[in-house]
Ligand binder design. Structure first.
Ligand code: MG
Length: 239
């Protein structure tokens, strides 16, 4: 194929779906299963990778951060999501415009879309399967919260996995996400970003973090398409 092609990498939580505290519930159940005691204190999940969140939880509870302890909690978390997957739709919703946006890009042969998410792979799948979205993304060009603790590093994983399609240039990789963590990942990795203010961060927060393309949500498909393709050749990086 001639001309630009894009690798579009979607954040999941508060970008495609809103899970309203379900993740925290699952963490509480998983921690109890893994360590036989209650999880104390708030869990701040927003935009942070699963490895990062797990490390903090272990530290907060005085549990030595070994690979075994981390894996124990990660496995328990995946099991919690699996056994409670039927409850997910009742606790969450697809955000406005997300389905149409995913369908549009899935139909465009110039676009290869995956997820770049803080979630574990199995949890990411459960979340998108719950809403019939899982078939619209290419799971083989995606990156997950157990690839690396630093979200910016996830971009490298996704690009490597997409190399069999082509070596996407910086301007051909577009993250879509809702938090300053997404912005930071794009800035650090040197790729483009379209921010959506559908999470806890306002458009102003996202701009302050360095986002130049900020949408209120995904409901204006035409505007989303413009931003995703914007200057794909010349570069329209985050500031
Ligand atoms: Mg998010």
């Amino acid at each position: 194929m001639t001309g630009p092609e894009l690798l579009v990498l979607w954040d999941i939580d508060n970008t495609l779906i809103s899970a309203r505290g379900f993740g925290k519930l699952m963490y509480r159940e998983a921690f109890l299963t893994a360590f036989g005691r209650e999880l104390n204190g708030p869990v701040d999940l927003g935009g942070r990778t699963e490895l990062d969140v797990i490390a903090e939880i272990l530290r907060q509870h005085g549990i030595e951060h070994t690979d075994e302890a981390s894996q124990l909690l990660a496995n328990a978390l995946a099991n919690s999501f699996e056994s409670n997957r039927a409850d997910l739709p009742g606790h969450s919703e697809v955000l406005p415009g997300a389905l149409k946006a995913l369908e549009h890009f899935a139909d465009d042969p110039r676009v290869h879309q995956g997820v770049l998410t803080a979630n574990l792979p199995s949890v990411a799948r459960i979340k998108l399967e719950a809403f019939g979205l899982a078939h619209l993304v290419d799971w083989d060009v995606s990156a997950f919260g157990d690839d690396h603790a630093d979200r910016a590093e996830l971009v490298t994983f996704a690009r490597e996995r997409a190399r069999h399609i082509r070596p996407f240039t910086d301007d051909e990789v577009v993250l879509i996400g809702d938090t300053p963590h997404d912005v930071h990942a794009a800035v650090t990795a040197g790729v483009r970003l379209v921010a959506v203010a559908t999470g806890r961060s306002s458009g102003e927060d996202l701009r302050r973090a360095g986002a130049t393309a900020v949408l209120d949500d995904l409901s204006d498909l035409g505007e989303l398409i413009r931003q995703v393709w914007s200057d794909a050749a010349q570069g329209n990086r985050t500031a």
